[in-house]
Design a protein around this ligand. Sequence first.
Ligand code: S3P
Length: 172
Amino acid sequence: MENSVQNRNLILIGMMGTGKSTVGTLLAAKLGYRMVDLDAELERREGRTIPDIFANEGEAYFRDAETAVLHKVLEDSGQVIATGGGAVLKEGNCRAMFHNGYVVALSARAESIVERVSLSADRPLLAGDVEGRVRKIMEERKDAYSFAHVTIDTTGVDAGEVAELILAHYRV
Ligand code: S3P
């Protein structure tokens, strides 16, 4: 085994629109792991949507709530965890993910991200000029995902293939 944490959690990080939830669902089915979508888990615990939380409490509250849910989820094992794109903004979160799972970063070119995120309107950080916001956030986070055990470029690759690429790393 390449990594002693392999049987614990497989954690997907990466920018919005890199396919973390879709790929995570496929991986969980293939591995027989439980799928945990951190955004959905946070919404369930808060009893309201992410846009609601941003609008009523602001980003700092959201980040603290996200951190609390992440740490709670990491107490368990046998999970594929799809994180929100900003879960890496707190260094303690990165440390906790790295030590409690095999961390896979999904990357993609800006054009591909813009195309994917334009399909839904549920990301408060991208309100308004979607392309401009994506490029700015990508620049701000250009090193934020590099702590992962492995990085997979998803540009032009469908979710099934991305899942297979990840399994090839995870199962060695
Ligand atoms: C965010 C990403 C979103 C969600 C929130 C903030 C971010 O999740 O957590 O809108 O800061 O990148 P996805 O990466 O699943 O879109």
